[in-house]
Design a protein around this ligand. Structure first.
Ligand SMILES: Nc1ncnc2c1ncn2[C@@H]1O[C@H](COP(=O)(O)OP(=O)(O)O)[C@@H](O)[C@H]1O
Ligand SMILES: [Mg+2]
Length: 376
């Protein structure tokens, strides 16, 4: 078997994936998926591993059945996304960076197809070969174009196997590359003109569809052609609207990351509350009390809040053997909040000097006292 043989690849995947830093959703939640499939009496769209209702429970959670909540958000968004995937149009998730578009697309693919790894990462250098198929050149030279010499990329595999294909950050690809999705999405067929006879056409099996994601904030990205837009249902993923829900998520996600990093004592909840409040205020430019203030140009997403909470916990534990504290928070904030814009660092300093003292509570005072730790 060659390294490119998809069967060999699949046979090797589970053990390697379990040791991975971040195994794919179908490995992380294999037990939940198996349990949901086992007592899934509801009708399933053709080619789906789960019914829509079971897929919804997988994503939104069902505490009574021991299914964890993985995505926090509007349940009707999940319903619309699942229905879109059962139609003959693709699903396009758009929104600010860090709103869990990629996570949601992974969970949807794991629920519908049992596999979230047929993924194309969009970028300026993405080629059609990486989307559709390429050739094993040694075999191509030896035998000419034959099915054996064909190296399928995610789109071809998804069509041939009847699975969901994920296309991350599609608008970062050149327009003409994006447009190679047109006939797979509208006619559900992929032409391989090099192959003779019946092999020249791959007809999509039931279960195939595409979930694309796109960030609304990326500057200088290519737009999409109107023709391609028509082949997708668009859904916008919004940031988590309320503080309590976002805090709960950040606490749970950072807690899990810290456990896996071997940290025995995570940061206190009241410090995480200060962290999440700070992110929300700097993201929106409105304080929790409703006053206007300066917002940052950097993306202060929930995903960033989770990674700062993780870093705060790591700092406290590995540098001093105690939970991360307010000084760790100030030290970790700068790297997130002031990336490429020097003015952001100044805005963050003004926030620490002017807004933070207006809050009451020991952690807010400690953050204010640690403001000199901001670099620059
Ligand atoms: N609504 C949400 N539900 C669950 N996790 C969220 C949510 N919003 C943000 N997150 C966090 O962000 C991470 C995922 O971000 P990601 O999917 O990469 O975002 P995007 O693709 O939109 O940039 C998750 O692992 C989680 O920690
Ligand atoms: Mg993403």
């Amino acid at each position: 078997m060659t390294a490119l043989d998809p069967a060999a690849d699949r046979a090797q995947r589970p053990p390697a994936a379990e040791r991975a830093q971040r195994p794919p959703a179908e490995v992380r939640y294999a037990d939940e998926l198996a349990a949901l499939a086992a007592d899934d009496g509801d009708p399933r769209p053709p080619g789906w591993r789960l019914s829509l209702r079971a897929a919804r429970r997988f994503i939104l959670g069902d505490p009574a059945a021991g299914i964890r909540r993985k995505f926090v958000g509007d349940p009707s968004l999940i319903d619309r996304a699942l229905v879109a995937l059962a139609t003959s149009r693709g699903l396009m998730l758009v929104g600010e960076p860090g709103t869990a578009k990629s996570l949601l697309s992974e969970l949807l693919a794991a629920a519908v197809s049992g596999d979230s790894t047929l993924t194309i990462q969009g970028g300026a250098a993405t080629t059609e070969d990486q989307i559709r198929y390429s050739w094993n050149y040694a075999l191509l030279v030896a035998d000419g174009p034959t099915p054996r010499a064909l190296v399928p990329a995610p789109l071809l595999r998804g069509m041939a196997e009847g699975r969901v294909v994920r296309f991350e950050e599609i608008t970062r690809c050149p327009l003409e590359v994006q447009d190679c999705l047109l006939s797979p999405l509208s006619d559900r067929v992929l032409a391989i003109p090099e192959l003779p006879g019946a092999d020249a056409m791959v007809f999509a099996r039931e279960g195939f569809n595409v979930i694309a994601t796109a960030n609304t904030r990326d500057r200088g990205v290519n737009e999409m052609s109107a023709a391609l837009k028509r082949r997708f249902n668009f859904e916008t993923v919004f940031p988590i609207p309320d503080l309590g829900t976002e805090l709960e998520l950040v606490e749970a996600e950072a807690g899990e990351l810290l456990r896996r990093s071997g940290v025995a004592a995570p940061p206190r909840r009241d410090l995480l509350e200060v962290l999440v409040t700070t992110f929300r205020e700097l993201r929106t430019g409105i304080t929790e009390r409703g006053d206007a203030m300066e917002r940052l140009s950097a993306v202060m997403s929930t995903a960033e809040a989770v990674s700062v909470a993780h870093a705060v916990g790591l700092r406290g534990w590995f540098l001093r053997g105690e939970p991360g504290d307010a000084a760790d928070l100030v030290a970790c904030l700068a790297g997130t909040a002031a990336k490429d814009d020097a003015e952001d660092l100044a805005r963050l300093r003004r926030y620490l000097e002017q807004q933070v003292p207006r809050r009451s509570g020991a952690q807010w005072r400690a953050v204010h006292d640690a403001r000199h730790l901001l670099p620059g």
